[in-house]
Design a protein around this ligand. Structure first.
Ligand code: AKG
Ligand code: FE2
Length: 237
């Protein structure tokens, strides 16, 4: 059980770095159940949903699925977990909202995702919070580690440059089954290539009060801005 004071400490740590990795937040039983549901949905070789242009430019080779939208109630056990909500409230404040729950599948031999921000950092108060739940362990063999730059949620637009550059101050996270990773949408982040059989992560995205629901329609990469509703590169960088 996390104590009230601990939520405050965790939220403070989140706000310093723009991300926070909490081991063993959810039970292995629940995670194993959700992972099985994801694998039943995706299989091992799902079709791409994105355009070739997007995949080439963003190195983003994931297939998304929205289980709660599809009525898969098992995912509500995460969504409605009171510790999960309390921690979110401590980070985002009164009036925060769920945005959507998105599971992401990557096949063996895919590139992961290049450096990006999930939403435009024009206004520091308007952003998405990624609440990433790992239903299976990420390991060295599987690949797909999450990489983030501490403090980059406070520095505005991600710099132009090599989509997969190694930064001296980057931090590599290797979440295990049941771990929770909280990641500010303006914090620079990427996912390393997937070398094992497959990789699944599930993002329970949330927004603070005053943030429009369309905030994640536009994502920023080091080489482009991309607009998902029309699958268009809206700016080359
Ligand atoms: O799958 C992950 O670990 C991170 C994916 C990501 O970049 C995101 O959900 O915004
Ligand atoms: Fe992201």
């Amino acid at each position: 059980m996390i104590k009230q004071m601990d939520y405050k400490t965790l939220a403070d740590r989140f706000w310093v770095n723009g991300f926070l990795h909490i081991p063993n937040f959810f039970s292995k039983d629940l995670m194993t159940k959700l992972n099985r549901i994801c694998l039943e949905q995706f299989g091992m070789d799902p079709d791409w949903e994105h355009t070739n242009e997007f995949i080439e430019k963003s190195n983003c080779e994931i297939v998304p699925w929205f289980p709660i939208r599809e009525g898969v109630r098992e995912f509500l056990d995460v969504d409605q977990d009171s510790r999960f909500s309390q921690l979110t409230q401590e980070i985002l404040g009164e009036g925060w909202q769920n945005l959507y729950c998105m599971s992401m599948f990557s096949k063996k031999g895919t590139n992961g995702q290049a450096w990006h921000q999930d939403s435009p950092p024009d206004d520091a108060k308007k952003f998405n919070l990624n609440r990433l739940v790992y239903t299976h362990s990420i390991t060295e063999e599987i690949g797909g580690q999450v990489v983030a730059v501490p403090g980059s949620h406070k520095t505005g637009l991600i710099t132009k440059g090599d989509p997969d550059e190694n930064f001296d101050n980057q931090v590599i996270l290797t979440p295990k089954q049941g771990d929770l990773v909280l990641l500010h949408g303006h914090c620079w982040h990427r996912v390393l290539p997937v070398t094992g059989a497959y990789r699944v992560s599930t993002n329970f995205r949330a927004i603070p009060s005053g943030t429009p629901e369309e905030i994640t329609d536009t994502a920023i990469y080091r080489n482009m801005k991309y607009y998902f509703p029309t699958n268009e590169v809206i700016e080359e960088r």
